[in-house]
Design a protein around this ligand. Sequence first.
Ligand SMILES: Nc1ncnc2c1ncn2[C@@H]1O[C@H](COP(=O)(O)OS(=O)(=O)O)[C@@H](OP(=O)(O)O)[C@H]1O
Ligand SMILES: Nc1ncnc2c1ncn2[C@@H]1O[C@H](COP(=O)(O)OP(=O)(O)O)[C@@H](O)[C@H]1O
Length: 218
Amino acid sequence: MELFAMSTLSNSTNIFWHECQVGKPAKQKLLNQNGCVVWITGLSGSGKSTLACSLSRELHSKGKLSYVLDGDNLRHGLNKDLGFKPEDRTENIRRTGEVAKLFADAGLICVASLISPYRRDRDTCRAMLPDANFIEVFMNMPLELCEARDPKGLYKLARAGKIKGFTGIDDPYEPPISCEIELNQENGVCPTPTFMAGKVVTYLEEKGFLGYLRVWWI
Ligand SMILES: Nc1ncnc2c1ncn2[C@@H]1O[C@H](COP(=O)(O)OS(=O)(=O)O)[C@@H](OP(=O)(O)O)[C@H]1O
Ligand SMILES: Nc1ncnc2c1ncn2[C@@H]1O[C@H](COP(=O)(O)OP(=O)(O)O)[C@@H](O)[C@H]1O
């Protein structure tokens, strides 16, 4: 069962999965939490990195171990060979999904914050884990807000045609059809990062991720 869950399609042949005695349940018990992936998706400037850091801080203050995989940061190392063509974005998300799966297997709350604009790529990452362990969080902020924020000046460059294939301008963003958590403006105002992180923490608490509980789907 575990062996099946961890195997993926591969170009390599004659390879075998080696199981280690210290498995996921033992690590989760040690950490008193259950590993999972919180996948934050949304437009550039929607607040993904801010939420990821706020969430990580909240979890830390509760004595829970998390790790943030941020798209911008990963593109400085693991994914530095990739650009923004559709196939590069797909590979970016696939690699990040695989790394996130490893962190979850280590018992951590892995927080991935990437635009991840294509639904199929996000679903591929979801399929890497038992379904309940992939928590998709949609930062549903209007393009106008993200563009008004424009902290890196990239929307301005995209509007001027100096960046091609910018998400939301001349490259698509496909919103989730059904995600675990959707965060919106309330009465035209964006909630604070702490408030939004609190919503995610409440979800994790309610689903039993913040305490060790050995159940069949973990
Ligand atoms: N063409 C284009 N489209 C979108 N974003 C661009 C582009 N070029 C550079 N950037 C910057 O790269 C950051 C997004 O990286 P990601 O790895 O999250 O993107 S993706 O998931 O592969 O689509 C993104 O960071 P965030 O603003 O934090 O989302 C941008 O700063
Ligand atoms: N909840 C929020 N309320 C107000 N401003 C925010 C909020 N979240 C993020 N910001 C601001 O919006 C900008 C983009 O946030 P960031 O987290 O970098 O977005 P992303 O990672 O999606 O590109 C930053 O200047 C940040 O300070």
